[in-house]
Ligand binder design. Structure first.
Ligand code: ATP
Length: 425
């Protein structure tokens, strides 16, 4: 079963497009899921998506279909990702933010402010005893560097991987948000910082990927159990081809980097799509910062929604066609979301991922082989794998993450042992 929701959205014609081509459009609706698209050579292509939002569509419809199920899941510790894809000017930011985060009429509010409202509404209607904490981080990926939008001095954030928390942005600012108003002010601050950075670097927002990360933590007072759901929204850089931008020098470098990271995204999607059922083949997440940040999101423990934004005008037909093809390919991703417990017992029970030993394990085991029986070594190896200690720390942060992983797993083992004892007594 596929857990990626792929939708297409056509924005209204712009005044320039109207001037150039009058009211003519390349898209002919068949129903709410299927349409015929006419390319530059007047050839017809039929596309089917989970939902198609035509020119007159409302922001609320996009939110309710695409985002609301993911928001509900995030509050229940299932990770979620919402991505807007398309050429510059296709409506990605309009769909994501609306005309403005802080000041815009209710009807035009974009996904972000609606997601914020949705999160707090879900929390309000959930079990009162459960304690929720929501944190927000905002980063921008520009020229393969990750910049903290709440602290512009942190302009080269490193991406780390923890067995418990999955993909992490090392040292990124996390802002605690207590209600919708506070969240919107924080988002607006991040967006304003993005503009400041752009001026500093002489760059346009369409040339970078903007990533919004909401971390929703649940604490159950009865047993102090903690579950975390991560909700990531990504407003991608424009997907137009390099040659069409007519770029030179720095602009050409930017365009190439964007194309590289978007094709890395395409390659990851392809690898996931082509993976034989139940067989783990190599997924090239490490080929770009974007795919690395989205690793958890695309690879399994998440629900993902992709909004393919297009211009309906014949003047943009070739770019719209490539956006739609990207979406059609993504539709084949197979992923199974799971609840993010802060231990890996679930994974073990369900057998979705088994830790593999890497060089550090091998090094220690080789050394031990010299002194111990092969049976002892085999037992140790089993222990390594069970404990999931398989990454050799190459920095203090890595070491801290590994220790935290082990500590959390130990705590949860103790909790489980205590539960079992309580049942016996
Ligand atoms: N659904 C829509 N309804 C009304 N106006 C829209 C819609 N989508 C986009 N627009 C308008 O079209 C223009 C371009 O949209 P937008 O800035 O969202 O594009 P974009 O894909 O984010 O481009 P960039 O890559 O430059 O960020 C804006 O003026 C926006 O207000």
């Amino acid at each position: 079963m596929s857990h990626i929701t792929v939708c297409a959205r056509f924005r209204p014609l712009s005044s320039k497009e109207r001037r150039d081509h009058g009211d003519s459009v390349s898209v002919q609706s068949l129903d709410s899921e299927t349409f015929i698209f006419k390319d530059e050579k007047e050839e017809d292509f039929t596309f089917s998506f989970d939902r198609v939002f035509y020119q007159g569509s409302e922001q609320v419809d996009v939110y309710e279909f695409l985002a609301l199920p993911i928001v509900r899941d995030a509050v229940n510790a299932i990770n979620g990702t919402i991505i807007t894809y398309g050429q510059t000017g296709a409506g990605k930011t309009y769909s994501m933010e609306g005309p403005s985060i802080l000041e815009c009429d209710q009807q035009k509010k974009g996904l972000l402010p609606r997601v914020v409202d949705g999160l707090f509404q879900c929390i309000k209607s959930s079990d009162e005893a459960t304690k929720y904490t929501i944190k927000l981080s905002m980063v921008e990926i520009y020229m393969e560097k990750v910049r903290d939008l709440f602290d512009l001095l942190k302009d080269n954030i490193q991406i780390k991987e923890s067995k418990v928390h999955g993909i992490l942005l090392s040292g990124v600012t996390e802002v605690s948000i207590l209600d919708s108003t506070e969240a919107l002010h924080s988002l607006s601050r991040g967006i304003a910082n993005r503009a400041v950075g752009e001026t500093q670097m002489n760059m346009a927002s369409s040339r970078s990927h903007c990533v919004y990360i909401f971390t929703v933590q649940q604490e159950f007072p009865k047993d102090k159990r903690i579950r975390t759901g991560k909700l990531i929204l990504v407003d991608l850089a424009g997907s137009e081809k390099v040659e069409k931008t007519g770029a030179e020098g720095k602009l050409l470098d930017e365009a190439k980097t964007i194309n590289k990271s978007l094709s890395a995204l395409g390659n990851v999607i392809n690898a996931l799509t082509c993976s034989p059922q139940g067989r783990a083949n190599h997924i090239p997440y490490r080929d770009s910062k974007l795919t690395r940040i989205l690793q958890d999101a695309l690879g399994g423990n998440s629900r993902t929604a992709l909004l393919c934004c297009c211009s309906p005008s014949p003047s943009n037909a070739s770019e719209s066609l490539s956006t739609l093809r990207f979406g059609a390919r993504a539709k084949h991703i197979k992923a199974s979301p799971r609840v993010s417990h802060n231990d890996d017992k679930y994974t073990k029970k369900h057998g979705t991922q088994s830790p593999s030993k890497d060089g550090s394990c091998e090094r220690i085991l080789n050394k031990l082989t010299e002194k111990l029986d092969i049976e002892d070594v085999n037992l140790l190896e089993e222990l390594f794998i069970l404990e999931g200690i398989f990454s050799y720390p190459n920095s203090v942060e890595d070491l801290e993450l590994t220790l935290e992983d082990v500590a959390l797993r130990t705590i949860s083992s103790l909790q489980e042992a205590l539960e079992e004892l309580t049942l016996i007594l």
